[in-house]
Design a protein around this ligand. Sequence first.
Ligand SMILES: [Zn+2]
Ligand SMILES: [Zn+2]
Length: 208
Amino acid sequence: MRTEQKSLEEALESLKEINESVCPNDGFLDQLKLFEEMGFKVDTSSPLYRRFRLKLLGQSYKVGEKIGNHVFEDDPGVARQPNPTQESSGKEKTLKTAYRCKKCRRIVAAQDNVIGHTPGEGNSSFEWHDKRKGHTHNKEQDCSSLYVEPLKWMTPAVEDGALEGKLSCIHCGARLGYFNWSGIQCNCGSWITPAFQISKSKVDVSTI
Ligand SMILES: [Zn+2]
Ligand SMILES: [Zn+2]
């Protein structure tokens, strides 16, 4: 229990780095709920944590805080140092899904960066009109876009504080999608807030 408490503190610390106003009143219950949903363990790589972190970031933006470079996730397109222990062990490398710019093949997002959403969630009227017999739920694969965490390559477009803007490939300049701090509605009806959207038609699925 003690170690778990410590890791909760650590999580709060890292969340506070993003949003100082977070503790202890508003958002505290959310944090405890998140902690519970993660099975009383703090896993900073869990999708729940990442989604929550992004939500906080959106709140920080709303109250006028500057979005600093430190909140952007590492660029998956920048080559990482090969892991020597992994290569000498003779084990098969675990391949990760990644998304590449269709035009220049640069990696623009790793699967880990994708913030999932439940198709149709948060827009009941849309769901009502769209519901066809025997086809009650869309799959996320049917969504025309990916929603990702803010990544380092987006910094020039995002860091100047604009509410919304285009996201272009840092290598070839191709238009990949756009971002909007107040949210973007996916073609499935869900609102993603804030949204860093990449059109699936502009990227190829690949592995790294
Ligand atoms: Zn490109
Ligand atoms: Zn969707």
